[in-house]
Design a protein around this ligand. Structure first.
Ligand SMILES: Cc1ncc(COP(=O)(O)O)c(C=O)c1O
Length: 441
């Protein structure tokens, strides 16, 4: 099929990119210029939390842009920024949080790494600069975020340019039966090996996203991690870029374990895709301590604290409250999980079906007993994704969950407004794509 746009002046990440031209979206559906309809079963990489075509958000952005679209954060604040930050802070698990807005997940990860360093400096711990993270994690594409990410394929070309930060083993109950305490013990070992006086923070996704596909750690993991961080004065940064903002049936992934982080970063769904928005949340007392002893938070950007972004985020948050979307995600997530198990649970190549709320993943294997993955060259996840796309279903795929190379995942993360009937439609289309692709390998 030929899709390439006649002008063809864009280059994409996939350099052989040849995709349909999207025309519009409404609710949980997207339409291309030929009129073909796609059920948006993943909102791209889990972005479209409140659905397409939300005129309330567009109107709020337009009103703000008409009033004033841009005024630099060093020179002004704005009513919308102040109000939104208060409202966002109120739903974070950080007591009395303050908010710093940027434009992407990678940027807020970078910002959080620097903030952790500055909080430590403000506490008189100026040696602390190391950030411990996990293997098979994903925190973004910029060089700082990639330094703490654990995805070998993405890191490989840039290894000489990355900071060598310690990575500890990731939780992965399907393939590794270490308890949460044992896994958390790896953090303690790393702190001791590198010297507690040098470690600034530990960063991790509460529920693993793009690299591992909706992996929740054992129940005792996060409380044990919190204790270890406290024992050694290490800050806990939770990366809620993907799993935050209601996606997993709680406002934040970490709330499944009742653990409070020191710093939280989020993006993707917080403005539903209407604006590239991202946020850092941190304790007021830590920000005050930086102000008192260092003067400034030494970070920023031309488009930080954007008023139109704040308007988009605020309108999205209002919809989340008004439509009870966090509870709805929890409820619909149960239905989605049940339906996936019922429809695909016995398929000989479906090794694992896992998820929380409206974030689910399927992991494919050659053999369910041995859990042997398909070789990467067979591109199983990509083929299923492509087959689903042809059938009119958008999902998200990833490869390499087992060892950085092999391991095929399909991820599902529809808009949180999805109905049970639409969940059935989603799973039926996905099952068709899975069955068809695997029968024809
Ligand atoms: C957990 C997590 N952190 C950070 C990022 C980076 O976000 P962005 O692509 O907006 O830079 C992502 C993106 O997928 C993510 O899933």
């Amino acid at each position: 099929m030929k899709h390439a746009h006649p002008f063809g002046s864009v280059f994409y990440r996939k350099l052989d990119h040849n995709r349909p031209v999207v025309s519009h979206g409404q609710g949980i559906y997207l339409y291309d210029e030929t009129g073909k309809r796609y059920l948006d079963g993943s909102g791209g990489p889990l972005v479209v939390n409140v659905g397409h075509g939300r005129s309330e958000i567009v109107q709020a952005m337009a009103n703000q842009a008409m009033a004033v679209a841009y005024a630099h954060a060093i020179m002004f604040t704005s009513e919308v920024l102040e109000t939104y930050s208060q409202e966002l802070a109120a739903v974070t698990p950080i007591e009395d949080a303050r908010i710093f807005l940027l434009s992407s997940g990678s940027e807020v990860v970078e910002g959080a790494l620097k903030l952790a360093r500055q909080i430590q400096m403000a506490r008189g711990e100026s040696e602390r600069h190391l950030i411990i993270s996990r293997s098979m994690s994903y925190h973004g594409m910029t060089l700082g975020a990639l330094s703490v990410s654990g995805r070998p394929g993405l890191r490989r070309p840039y290894l000489p340019m990355l900071r060598d930060m310690p990575h500890i083993q990731h939780p992965y109950p399907y393939r590794n039966d270490l308890s949460g305490c044992e896994l958390a013990g790896r953090l303690e070992e790393a702190i001791l090996v590198h010297g507690a006086s040098d470690v600034a923070a530990f960063i991790a996704e509460p529920i693993s996203g793009a690299s591992l596909g909706a992996v929740a750690p054992p129940d005792d993991y996060w409380p044990a991690i919190r204790q270890i961080c406290d024992r050694y004065g290490v800050l806990l940064i939770v990366d809620e870029v993907l799993c935050g903002m209601g996606r997993t049936g709680r406002w934040w992934g970490i709330q499944h374990w009742n653990v409070a982080p020191d710093i939280l970063v989020t993006s993707k769904g917080i403005a539903g895709g209407y604006f590239p928005l991202a946020a850092i949340a941190a304790r007021r007392s830590d920000i005050d301590a930086i102000a008192d002893s260092l003067g400034d938070y030494n970070h920023g950007g031309t488009f930080s604290h954007h008023a139109v972004g704040a308007a988009a985020g605020r309108a999205t948050l209002q919809i989340m409250h008004q439509e009870n979307l966090v509870q709805h995600a929890a409820l619909m997530g149960e239905a989605l999980g049940q339906r996936l198990h019922a429809r695909l649970g016995n398929h000989p190549s479906v090794g694992d079906i896992r998820g929380r709320g409206l974030f689910w993943a399927l992991e494919f294997v050659q053999n369910r007993e041995t859990k042997l993955p398909f070789p990467a060259r067979q591109k199983v996840a990509w083929r299923i994704w492509e087959s689903a796309f042809q059938l009119g279903l958008v999902v998200y795929y990833s490869q390499g969950c087992v060892d950085g190379q092999d391991g095929d995942l399909i991820m599902i993360g529809p808009p949180l407004i999805i109905s049970e009937e639409q969940i059935n439609e989603l799973v039926d289309l996905l099952a068709m794509a899975v069955e068809d692709t695997l029968a024809n390998l």
